[in-house]
Design a binder for this molecule. Structure first.
Ligand SMILES: [Zn+2]
Length: 485
């Protein structure tokens, strides 16, 4: 075992659909997350962080594999040939724990790989290290498991339920008092208090070296916060019918209804109240960390993508690569260092998370990883890199799809000044000068031909790499099916 990392802990916190500009620490007028703001007073704040995928499946594929979503066989299900960083940690005898309830990130979609403990909204399960030389008993066991794949079966049944994601919303709506009591104990809907309680329990039982990832879903639509949190930003809570209207009529991704600006502001109150709901739970977690893990611990807090509030005629986060949907918050705090607050303005991307965590554990970066280690920013150093960011997904009619069979390519290529968007479905290209037009309204494709051609070249080069890798993946799949490898 590499002794260099034996005392180290990494706590990785992801909050689904959290926009940086809805946090006071990024200049928001509402105090949505005072406990988070307090905790990150000693952290490095990254002011130019972007996701490589505009929705959970493509975004988390980039986080865990440190490879752009289209490359090496796509993003959902996460291809088995994409090595993910928890596998590397586990190989190096670092305990790995994950807890979340986002169906897109379940074992069913290959996200359980490399985790000793993986709670994915389904049930508690602990994977034992598999011995390399399998006995005939083990072979028989794995054959039975393959035939009766309980894991996949349960996932299929649970996530096949229509409106699975709305169960939480329904309970909160109809019986908010009971739901508040019930939800922390309902594994189907791991909400923030449930996750924090479980995490503290796991942190007490598991010692360093340790990697622990938790993912919060509460700020994800449909937003239905308990009244207490709405009252922080509004004198009166919304009535049930007002909430229903905001969620069902205002929120839908595409709507033909005329949108009343006041309703959008009301919807933002619900979203902000959900952020506050998470923040209340984070207080408990942060106070545990402050008291018990005050050295050799790296805490990383980020999101998988942003959220739209009709800036470009859509809500939520789907086939949309405008900045409101791809800009995310990122804080990194090293617990043993009581540093002055720092800001890093360099471009940072979610593919940088894996190399950063490996580096903290003194492990070598994996050769396929495309991200870089961003820890030097904690010492105020400049990150040496080309400031170019690719965000991509497959989509159809504005809805994110899992692969190139179901959807069309949607790619954004961004530099600090320029942004280029390629929409395969519409056959269109868009070019923005973000310095003059930060809200992305004026398409300059007919004005700035030189920039357009440069970006088009980068896009074509990237897609060429994608098709080469796709070919390689097909060969690997064929060999696997023939049992040659
Ligand atoms: Zn998400």
């Amino acid at each position: 075992m590499n002794e260099d990392h034996k005392d180290k802990i990494v706590i990785f916190i992801t909050i689904d659909a959290l926009r940086p500009d809805h946090l006071n620490s990024y200049g928001y007028h509402r105090n949505t997350a005072p406990h988070l703001d307090n905790f990150i007073r000693h952290a490095t704040k990254f002011t130019n962080t972007f996701t490589n995928g505009p929705a959970t499946p493509s975004s988390f594929s980039a986080i865990f594999s440190s490879i752009l979503p289209y490359l090496n066989g796509g993003y959902s299900p996460l291809p088995l040939e994409k090595l993910i960083f928890p596998q590397i940690l586990q190989e190096n005898r670092i305990r790995t724990i994950g807890i979340h309830s986002n169906p897109n990130l379940s074992s069913f979609f290959n996200y359980g790989r490399g985790f000793d403990i993986f709670l994915d909204g389904e049930r508690f399960k602990e994977k034992k290290h598999v011995k390399k030389e399998g006995s005939s008993k083990n072979t028989l066991y794995s054959l039975i498991r393959k035939i009766f794949n309980y894991n996949n079966l349960i996932n299929r049944i649970i996530f096949g339920i229509p409106f699975f994601n709305k169960i939480k919303s329904f309970l909160r709506n109809k019986i908010p008092k009971i739901t508040d009591l019930l939800l922390p104990f309902t594994p189907m809907a791991y909400n923030a208090p449930y996750i924090v309680n479980k995490v503290i329990d796991l942190l007490k039982k598991n010692k360093a070296p340790l990697f622990l990832w938790m993912h919060f879903m509460d700020a994800h639509s449909p937003y239905n916060p308990p009244a207490k949190y709405v009252l922080r930003f509004r004198k009166k809570d919304f009535t049930l019918s007002e909430r229903k209207f905001l969620i069902e009529r205002v929120y839908p991704i595409k709507t033909k209804e005329p949108i009343n600006p006041q309703k959008i502001e009301d919807l933002k109150v619900l979203y902000d109240a959900e952020i506050s709901f998470i923040d209340d739970s984070l207080r408990t977690l942060f106070s545990f960390i402050n008291k018990n893990i005050n050295k050799n611990c790296l805490v990383i807090i980020t999101s998988d993508h942003g959220e739209s509030f009709y800036e470009h005629d859509t809500f939520g986060h789907q086939g949309n690569v405008y900045d409101e949907n791809i800009k995310i918050p990122l804080f990194i705090r090293e617990m043993s260092k009581s540093i002055n607050p720092k800001s890093c303005n360099n471009f940072v991307q979610l593919i940088d998370i894996a190399p950063t965590i490996l580096n903290y554990f003194n492990l070598e970066n994996y050769e396929d990883f495309q991200g870089i280690n961003i820890l030097p920013a904690l010492n105020g150093e400049d990150l040496e890199r080309k400031e170019l960011l690719i965000t991509e997904c497959y989509q159809k009619g504005g809805i994110v799809k899992r692969n190139n069979i179901e959807g069309f390519k949607l790619i954004s290529i961004r530099t600090p000044i320029w942004k280029y968007i390629f929409d395969e479905e519409k056959g269109s290209e868009i070019l923005f000068n973000l310095k003059n037009d930060p809200v992305e309204k004026n398409n300059l494709v007919d004005v700035n031909r030189e920039e357009l051609l440069n970006f088009r070249m980068i896009k074509d080069y990237h897609l060429q790499k994608v098709s080469e890798k796709d070919e390689k993946s097909r060969i690997v799949d064929t060999l696997r099916n023939l049992n040659i490898d």
